[in-house]
Design a protein around this ligand. Sequence first.
Ligand code: FDA
Length: 306
Amino acid sequence: MLRGTLLYLADQPALKRMFGGALARPLVRRFVAGETLADAMAAVGRLNAAGTTATLDYLGESVARAEAANKAALQYVAILHAIERQGARANASLKLTQLGLDVDRALCVRNVERLVVQAAQFGNFIRIDMEGSDYTQTTLEIFKELFARHKNVGVVIQAYLYRSEADIRELNAMGARVRLCKGAYSEPASIAFPDKADTDANFVKLMQLLLSEGVYPGIATHDERMIEATRSFAAREGILPDRFEFQMLYGVRRDLQAQLVREGYRMRVYVPYGGEWYPYLVRRLAERPANLLFFARGVLRERRHS
Ligand code: FDA
C-alpha cells in the first residue's frame, strides 16, 4: 500500500518542489552521488579504490523533447570520455525514455547506438536499464536490434514480471549480458507477481538460469537471501566468482558491498548523479519505507539548524 502510494508519487514531478529542496538534502546525498559528472567521477574513484567497479547513471527519464534527449546523449558521451581519462573501472547505464523513446523511436535508437559505438572504441560497455512495463517489449526489441550490430551492450530483466523466464531463455541463447533485478515499478497482477515471496522465488530461478547458461550476468540485489542463494548455487555448480558480478545501488548496504569484495566476489555499484533525482529517490523510498525515517530525521536536523 505504502509502496504503491510512493511509486505513484514518483510520477508526480510537481511534488518535487514540495518534497525536494533543502529539506531532503541529506537523503538525496545518501543515494545520489552529486549534481555534476565531476561529483560522480569522484565517487567512482572512491569505489574503485575500495575494490568495486561502477556503472554511471545520468539521472533523467521520460523526456518529451528531442533537444532534451540529445542533451542526455551528449552527457553520456562526456561520461564515456571521463571514464577513459580517469582510467576508471566503470561503464554506463541509461534509460531509453531519457534518450528519446517517447519522442521518436528512431531518434532514440540513433542516440543509443552512437553511445554504444563510442563505448566500443574505448573497450567499454553500455547497459540499458529496464523501465515500467509499458516499455518492456520495446526496450527488448531495441536491445536486440543493437545487439545484432554491437556486442558491448546489455539489458535488464525484472524478476517480478511473469514473462521474464521466457525473456531470459531467449537472451541466454543469444549470448546477451543480462542484469537481473527484482523490479522497481508499480505493476498490475495481470503481468507481475503481486506477492514479494513469488518475486523472490522467481529471482532465484532466473539467477540460476543466468549463472548456468548466461554470459557474465549481473545479479543486482541487496537482499541477503538472494545473495546467499547465488553464492551457494555458484559453489554447488563449480561456477567461479569471476563468471558473474553482484550489483548494488550507491548508498545502499555499503557494509554488504564491502563484505562481498573482501570475500573475493565482484561488486559493481550503480552511481546516479544529476539534477533529476526525484523519481529515482522516490523509488528508493518505496523499496524501503524505513528510509522515510532517515528523511524525517534529516528534516528535523535541518529545522533545528535553520
Ligand atoms: P528488497 O527490496 O527485497 O530488499 C532487500 C533488502 O535490501 C532490504 O530489506 C534492505 O535491507 C535492503 N534495501 C533494498 N533497497 C533498499 C533501499 N532503497 N535503501 C536501503 N536498503 C535497501 N529496477 C528496475 O526496475 N530496472 C532497472 O533497470 C534496475 N536497475 C538496478 C540496478 C542495480 C545495480 C540495482 C541494485 C537495482 C536495480 N533496480 C532496477 C532496482 C531493483 O529492481 C529493486 O527495486 C531494488 O534493488 C530493491 O530490491 P532488492 O533486490 O534489493 O530487494
